[in-house]
Design a binder for this molecule. Sequence first.
Ligand code: E4P
Length: 220
Amino acid sequence: MELYLDTSDVDAVKALARVFPLAGVTTNPSIVAAGKTSLDVLLPELYEAMGGKGRLFAQVMATTAEGMVSDARLLRAIIPDIVVKIPVTSEGLAAIKLLKSEGIPTLGTAVYSAAQGLLAALAGADYVAPYVNRLDAQGGDGIQTVNELQQLLHMHAPHAKVLAASFKTPRQALDCLLVGCESITLPLDVAQQLISSPAVDAAVKKFEHDWQGAFGRTSL
Ligand code: E4P
């Protein structure tokens, strides 16, 4: 499986790359806007923070197919092997087809249904990103959508991978993996929650306390 961080926080990527089997970093316009660093500066910094390896994803801002293709070329001029995120609108589908013919890898983003995701994959997207929490928040079922999309791609577009996105809890991420999802991208808070909890901290403190009580020190 592939595990990504959904962030523009360079220091956090550097820190978590020590701990996680990180496949790369995904961004979106809101995430980049929150950090207020322009893409030509941010993307090389993120790439370096990833140790100069792994996949980086950045999104186009244009809304026409031709504009998206030209944004994709701009992004590829910054990071040559970047995967270009294209919102799966009608224009987005046309852009994915054009970019496929140029050999530029894409991720179909803002996916709110299995059918929409399948269309992106059939247009040539390498990754498709269903928005799990946003689906749940609007009364849908994010995990079921991931499950259906996973099956549809397996049957009809096996070149494409589901890269599930938009998580608010570790449970959502685990449920996603349990239905066979091959890749997920996590915001920093959810990634942190996967490895730390008050219960774990308390368990470690108790080991120290017991050892100290018996031997007068906390070292071996
Ligand atoms: C990834 O492709 C999405 O842009 C991102 O995961 C959306 O997350 P959010 O719903 O927390 O904004």
